[in-house]
Design a protein around this ligand. Structure first.
Ligand code: HXC
Length: 508
């Protein structure tokens, strides 16, 4: 018996070494952790239970029959994050460059299947040279199998991708189909075709980092959500992030104890809105003063800053926050902001996360660039997402809510459950000056100024909307947290269903 145990231990030790010490050293020299080191940081201590440790590839071409490394380039299994179950796969770059073989793909599929069966999130750590070149089409089939599982799991279990090395070619489409992507600066990249192919085809000279690094994808493309300085920072952030997530769409949002009083008043919010309506203020301040302990996990903080999206907690339970940011583009909705927030709203709706919307929006951003790039279709995404969402929706208009953007931002008309306004709210078709210049065209500047004042007095307040019942109550800014907390309590058992359909046809 002791022999057998010793053999097992030897076998495990061999598998744990992946591609060997030399390749581990080379991974470390690049500032990267190994697949197993990453899992150790991601999961609670000693909670990881590996499966499929001895799986090997089935390829016999190009000398592969002589090279077998247990695990075949991906470490898979499950463990806990702060005691809650998650499933994990972590590609091992030290084994054939983490490349994806048929068997490697089967291991990832098994993780997705297991997670779907019990309803728990999947975190994929990507560090791979792409399709296992020696296997050819078998590896392409493997990718497609993973894609299919990602799609079926979408909206059922949260899927988070951590990009911690190369992710190129069709391989990018598995993370792209997951809910959120975190990247590591300088050591990870994602592109469909790399710099060499780009140079051959278009003559452009570009580095990997410029083409598809973490900064590019979290600022320009929005393919990724957050960029981190190194592996450890990204893995610790993933732990924080998972703490906000329900385990699946069958579960309620997680709740954790908080010492923050639900009725905490924030007097400073009463003086946050500047006297001059064109002066900005930082909407982050409202968010941080509203949620428990000021703890807010922002997604896509470096992209479309005119809208803020992220997760916080109220009375310990997760909420999604969407907020116009007057500090960027005056808080206008543009194409990028609409796409960013629409996806976020849909995620929250899929996973039973109540949505709190803070509104200060002067309208959609004007211009040929916006119109010609399809603001109609992209703006419609956000409108659609809010309108179809059935989770509790609480909206607070802090200042401007003009035009179509008023409708879009979780208005009463889109089934907002509780629509509040601060006394500083201005709910109108458009800003007073613009409105007067249209309806009193040709009048003298003095007359325009007088009419503008008149228009402001009539519309630059929340009471016309409140008279019509579009606003449920005008609340004092300092009581925002208390109102939202009470509202969420009331909405806990909200029941609302959309008509049966195979699926909707959101303007993609
Ligand atoms: C098999 C691979 C591999 C691959 C890397 N390796 N990529 N083995 N298939 N795709 C192996 C290398 O042979 C090497 O083995 C080890 O991994 C480390 O690779 P290096 O090149 O030494 O590392 P580095 O210099 O860091 O370069 C990393 C790299 C490069 C940029 C990823 O390896 C590379 O360009 N690989 C090929 C990428 C590629 O074209 N993949 C196919 C894309 S098409 P040893 O034994 O020396 O350690 C694709 C289609 C997917 O993925 C379609 C899905 C629908």
């Amino acid at each position: 018996m002791s022999d057998i145990i010793a053999q097992l231990e030897a076998k495990r030790a061999e598998a744990m070494l992946g591609g060997g010490q030399k390749r581990i050293d080379s991974q470390h020299a690049k500032g990267k952790l190994t697949a197993r080191e990453r899992i150790d940081i991601l999961l609670d201590e000693d909670s990881f239970e590996e499966i499929d440790m001895y799986v090997e590839h089935n390829c016999v071409d190009f000398g592969m029959d002589a090279q077998h490394i247990p695990g075949d380039g991906v470490v898979t299994g499950s463990g806990t994050i702060n005691g809650r179950l998650v499933f994990v796969f972590s590609q091992d770059f030290t084994v054939f460059g983490g490349s994806l073989s048929e068997r490697h793909a089967e291991k990832i599929c098994k993780v997705l299947d297991n997670a779907m069966k019990v309803g728990a999130p999947v975190i994929g750590i990507n560090d791979s040279g792409g399709a296992r070149i020696q296997e050819g089409v078998a590896s392409l089939g493997g990718y497609a199998d993973v894609f299919q599982k990602n799609v079926l799991a979408s909206g059922v279990i949260p899927q988070l991708s951590l990009i911690m090395g190369p992710c190129a070619g069709g391989a990018v489409y598995s993370p792209a189909m997951t809910d959120f992507i975190f990247m590591v600066k300088d050591s990870s990249y994602m592109f469909v075709t790399g710099p060499d192919v780009v140079k051959t085809v278009t003559n452009e000279i570009v580095t990997q980092e410029e083409l598809g690094g973490a900064v590019t994808h979290t600022t320009k493309t929005s393919v990724a959500d957050v960029a981190y300085e190194n592996d450890i920072e990204a893995l610790l952030a993933a732990r924080d992030f998972i703490d906000f997530m329900p385990l699946s769409n069958r579960e309620e949002v997680p709740e954790r104890p908080t010492a923050d009083p639900w009725d905490r008043l924030e007097e400073s919010l009463d003086t946050l809105i500047p006297d001059n309506a064109n002066q900005p203020y930082d909407m982050h301040e409202v968010i941080r003063k509203m949620v428990d302990e000021g703890d807010f996990f922002e997604v896509q903080p470096a992209h479309a800053g005119n809208i803020i999206c992220g997760f916080g907690r109220m009375e310990g339970a997760t909420v999604g926050v969407v907020a116009n940011q007057p500090m960027v583009l005056a808080g206008c909705l543009d194409i990028n902001a609409s796409k960013k927030a629409a996806r976020f709203v849909r995620y929250c709706d899929a996973f039973n996360i109540p949505i709190i919307t803070l509104v200060d929006v002067p309208g959609f951003l004007p211009g040929t660039s916006q119109e010609h790039n399809g603001i109609i279709k992209h703006g419609a995404k956000l409108l659609f997402a809010y309108a179809e969402a059935t989770v509790p929706k609480i909206t607070i208009i802090t200042r401007k809510a003009y035009g179509g953007a008023y409708d879009v931002m979780a208005s009463k008309h889109l089934r907002g459950d509780l629509n509040y306004a601060w006394p500083t709210a201005e709910i109108a078709v458009m800003g007073a000056k613009g409105a007067v210049e249209i309806i009193f065209r040709g009048k003298t500047p003095e007359e325009i100024a007088e009419k503008t004042q008149e228009y402001e007095a009539r519309f630059a307040n929340p009471f016309i909307a409140a008279q019509k019942g579009f606003i449920d109550e005008v609340i004092l800014p300092h009581s925002t947290r208390r109102r939202v907390a009470l509202g969420l309590r009331k909405l806990r058992n909200k029941q609302l269903e959309n008509p049966w359909k195979k699926h909707d046809n959101i303007p993609l």
